[in-house]
Design a protein around this ligand. Structure first.
Ligand code: B12
Length: 367
């Protein structure tokens, strides 16, 4: 039987086309998978980070839950002690995960650290427990910025970091800092490591024990960490609009950055302006953007006359367009002047969370 002369050419054409079709199908499939993956990642970020007002995070005002072994590590208390305090005094409120393990909140961890600190200072657990959880939380919030500094868990790390500064050992410093920040949830690293490090390093500079160059080096390391963490977050398109700035003359910008990060992570559209922003310029931006909230961070304590003038101009320029709140050591010291101009001063980041929750609720889709 002889083959038609057309057959070899048909076989040739099929042989040429089939792998290409196959390859192009494989490519299409690959592209589709990739698109699906990108969509999943996007919707994850949108659901959990951009519109955080819809999730559980804001309702709890804290971000993380921890199993008991981690709580023990974070607080320096044994698991047995934690269980006994939980059972006997009812001070902790762990939830149960799907696997039935107890999950402790950041607030539980903070409370345990506070209790340990009070015991170390001579208080008795019986007396402390009588105060009840709510009162203890109120007290610990009032002391929050300082408790981070005395936190046992991070204390050793901070000492190691500081000892790598005099003389400056960049490799050790950066390896230890990067290593620690990489393994701890960022918000915990921020309040347990970065902010206390900034305060201590600044103190060393102020007391003449390290040079301004070394202080600038550490400050810039901390700023890099904060910017890097913020850049990991999706650009929010919805949510409360928040402007964060330091008023004119204020160069201490680390706390403002931390505030901006906190607002970003809670789903706000953040306009972070940084240090030393002139009032006219801040006011122009607020008129353009019409933020729901403008947050000022003030570390410096100004002379009375100067403070009154600055706060009055801020209020006059900003309050017609936006709600203004302030925080930071300077703001707390000048609370009276802020109050006269109707600007609330916040003491802690937990208070900031409460304010953000109020604003974010407006953007929550019902159901
Ligand atoms: C680091 C530092 C610097 C760095 C700042 C680097 C930077 N980019 O931020 C540099 C070297 C630039 C600096 C310069 C100066 N500094 Co300085 N500095 C400090 C130091 C050591 C730490 C400040 C800091 O960043 N702390 C870390 C942040 C996170 O803490 P914080 O600002 O206290 O904020 C906490 C809370 O207040 C809260 N918070 C802050 N803002 C907000 C906002 C909201 C809404 C909320 C909820 C919470 C909140 O969050 C933080 C959480 O712990 C402090 C001393 C100290 N230990 O605090 C002195 C200090 C603030 N500096 C001081 C001074 C005097 C100066 C200079 C005038 C010194 C000089 N001779 O030049 C200049 C002024 C610069 C200027 N015009 O602003 C004084 C201020 C005294 C006063 N009563 O006003 C202090 C207190 C030192 C001292 N004991 O004398 N400084």
């Amino acid at each position: 039987m002889s083959l038609s002369p057309a057959v070899p050419s048909i076989v040739f054409v099929v042989a040429m086309i089939t792998p290409r079709m196959f390859m192009s199908n494989v490519c299409n499939l690959y592209v589709q998978c990739l698109t699906f993956f990108v969509q999943c990642v996007n919707s994850y970020f949108n659901k959990y980070l951009t519109n955080i007002g819809h999730s559980h995070i804001l309702r709890n005002t804290t971000m993380n839950t921890h199993r008991i072994h981690r709580v023990a590590k974070l607080t320096g208390l044994s698991r047995d002690v934690i269980r006994v305090w939980e059972r006997r005094f009812g001070l902790l409120k762990p939830t149960r995960g799907a696997n039935r393990y107890r999950n402790y909140s950041d607030e539980d961890v903070a409370l345990l650290r506070y209790l340990k600190q009070q015991l170390d200072a001579g208080a008795s657990i019986g007396d402390l427990a009588k105060l009840g959880r709510e009162e203890l939380i109120t007290r610990l919030r009032a002391e929050a910025p300082r408790t981070a500094v005395v936190d046992n868990t991070f204390d050793r790390l901070l000492r190691e970091l500081l000892s790598a500064l005099e003389p400056l050992d960049r490799v050790t410093f950066e390896k230890r800092l990067n290593g620690a920040v990489a393994v701890v949830p960022f918000e915990e690293a921020l309040h347990g490591i970065l902010l206390p490090l900034q305060e201590r390093v600044g103190d060393l500079w102020h007391s003449g024990r390290i040079s301004i160059a070394v202080e600038h080096y550490v400050t810039s390391q901390i700023q890099q960490k904060l910017y890097a963490a913020m850049n990991q977050l999706p650009v929010a398109e919805f949510g409360a609009k928040v402007v964060v700035a330091c008023p004119p003359g204020e160069e201490h910008d680390i706390a403002a950055l931390a505030v901006a990060y906190r607002c970003r992570v809670r789903g706000c559209r953040v306009y972070y302006l940084g240090s030393n922003v002139p009032i006219t310029s801040l006011s122009r931006l607020c008129r353009e953007v019409v933020p729901d909230l403008t947050i000022l961070s003030l570390t410096l304590v100004l002379r009375e006359g100067h403070a009154a003038e600055l706060i009055h101009s801020l209020a006059e320029e900003l309050k017609p367009v936006t709600t203004v709140i302030a925080g930071g050591h300077g703001a707390r010291m000048m609370r009276g002047q802020f109050a006269q101009d109707g600007i609330d001063v916040l003491d802690t980041f937990s208070e900031l969370d409460e304010v953000l929750e109020r604003f974010t609720r407006r953007f929550t889709i019902p159901g």
